[in-house]
Design a protein around this ligand. Structure first.
Ligand code: JFZ
Length: 487
């Protein structure tokens, strides 16, 4: 594996701080228009009430596989992969999958793309193989994005891959079969509110006028709800439904109608945090990693470059080391990482994103024990510290400065200390009451000498450090979990 150095993205941290600080007090825009600066806000559902007590146990059971999985593959694919960021010779700013909206492309023109959609190189088994090689434990694909085009055969609309394209193959059916063969949980992204193709769907004001003049429930009942039923009845077990941008969903029972459909048809299916009512877990803002441990289940949807849908000219890929730092950072705070690829119009996942995913996957093959099913840090000092000058952010919250040298993840009786840079020697763990039984390098089992000084465990980590990208040291302790001691 090439020892590419991680790049520390301080913007992520600052945005995430704001997100967490704000999430419970500040009204969040009803929509996540990703190009207008709302990145950094948690999805609105974090502000909604806690579920009923009985509901909580059912939810915990549904979430068991999700907590074990930790790392998933997001796939944004649709007609937008054809223009891939350029319309009539103009590069269109913003996200690739938003091109219809950003360029105000009339429905009649955009839907012509369907006639060109012929991804002859699409091979569902190859996509699943990539996810496996990447060490990812679930897949979520766009079944219908905001543009309204479905990647499967729908009976309530002909604007889908089987009825409207020369390809005529049901992509979700093929992917579901490949996932079933590989025992890979599969979930579907579904844009429940925005549908720029339907006259009554939210979001398309250039063809259909303002949203508040539309018969939005006609769209929900005529297209969105039946399509979600189709997804839950035609493709085997659905691991989760990933709703998004809940515009106009907080009226009456609009959001709970979807919850009811999901619970009725597949009670084990997870619901993400962007339906419009609380789902099974919290979805953070895109690419936003919270600054501290979160106790509710949560997931970060994230990009490797800066777009979800493929754009020919976005080459700013994060390195494997940057991805691994984010993954371990997220796991050490109790979350999941849903990392995106945007396949090209021919069905091939861009080579640079494959390289990043496979490289990180090679590391996970050796060090995955520190990630899968692992719990959050019992400490927190390693995550960051408040600015020494007492500075505050724009919202009056203490300004936190991220630390990025190491992270801790946990399993009963074990601490996994992952170093992203060679630590100072000797390295001191934060004080704890537990006795330390054994310390070793995860990758090769080599013992790490240690001693205890005034309640603090001091590790003598070999130099140069085993893997300069990320080295995991396992600390076996007495007792299942850390009992903190005054430092
Ligand atoms: C949404 C979509 O609009 C986008 O195309 C993509 O599918 C992404 C995963 O989700 O964009 C959002 C939604 C919510 C936030 C930001 C971007 N948010 O809450 O910060």
């Amino acid at each position: 594996m090439p020892p590419l150095r991680r790049r520390v993205d301080t913007w992520t941290f600052r945005a995430s701080l704001t997100a967490l600080a704000l999430s419970l007090v500040v009204p969040v825009p009803s929509d996540g228009d990703p190009v207008s600066g709302v990145e950094g806000l948690l999805s609105p559902t974090l502000r909604t009430q806690a579920p009923a007590p009985g509901e909580d146990t059912a939810r915990q059971q549904r979430l068991a596989w999700f907590h074990e999985a930790k790392y998933g593959l997001f796939i944004h694919w649709g007609l937008y992969a054809i223009p891939a960021g350029t319309w009539k010779g103009q590069r269109i700013r913003g996200l690739g999958e938003w091109i219809m909206n950003r360029a105000k492309i009339p429905v009649g023109e955009y839907e012509q793309l369907a006639r060109q959609f012929n991804p002859v190189k699409f091979d569902a088994d190859e996509w699943v193989e990539l996810a496996q090689a990447a060490g990812m434990k679930y897949i979520v694909i766009t079944s219908k994005h905001h543009d309204g085009f479905a990647l499967y055969q729908s009976k309530v609309s002909t604007y889908d891959v089987v009825d409207a394209t020369p390809f005529k193959r049901d992509i979700l059916e093929e992917l579901a079969a490949a996932c079933a063969r590989a025992k890979m949980p599969l979930g579907f992204y579904y844009s429940q509110a925005q549908d720029w193709h339907d006259p009554n769907g939210a979001g398309n004001d250039w063809d259909f006028g303002p949203d508040d003049k539309k018969d939005f429930d006609k769209y929900l009942r005529g297209k969105a709800e039946p399509q979600v039923r189709e997804l839950l009845t035609g493709y085997g077990p659905v691991a989760l439904l990933w709703f998004d941008t809940p515009r106009m969903m907080n009226v009456g029972d609009r959001a709970t109608r979807f919850t009811d459909i999901v619970r009725e048809l597949q009670p084990k299916t997870l619901i993400d945090g962007r339906l419009g009512v609380a789902g099974d877990y919290v979805t953070t803002g895109d690419n936003v990693i919270p600054p501290a441990v979160q106790t509710t289940a949560w997931e970060v949807p994230a990009t490797i470059n800066h777009t979800w849908g493929y754009k020919t000219y976005d080459h700013d890929w994060k390195s494997p080391g940057a991805i691994l730092f984010k993954l371990v950072d997220i796991v050490s705070k109790g979350g999941n990482y849903l990392l995106n690829v945007g396949p090209r119009a021919d069905g091939i996942i861009p080579e640079p994103s494959q390289y990043v995913l496979r490289s990180a996957g090679a590391w996970l093959k050796v060090n995955g024990e520190a990630v899968y099913g692992a719990g959050a840090t019992p400490f927190g000092e390693e995550l960051g510290e408040p600015s020494a000058r007492g500075a505050e952010d724009v919202r009056g919250q203490p300004l936190m400065l991220a630390r990025t040298e190491w992270r801790i993840t946990t399993k009963p009786g074990k601490l996994y200390v992952t170093f992203f840079a060679e630590p100072r020697a000797p390295f001191e763990l934060p004080a704890m009451k537990n006795a330390v039984k054994r310390v070793y390098q995860l990758a090769d089992g080599a013992p790490v000498p240690f001693k205890t000084e005034g309640g603090r465990t001091v590790l003598e980590i070999a130099r140069p450090i085993l893997d300069p990208m990320a080295t995991v040291i396992v600390v076996e302790i007495d007792g299942a979990s850390v009992v903190r001691a005054a430092s």
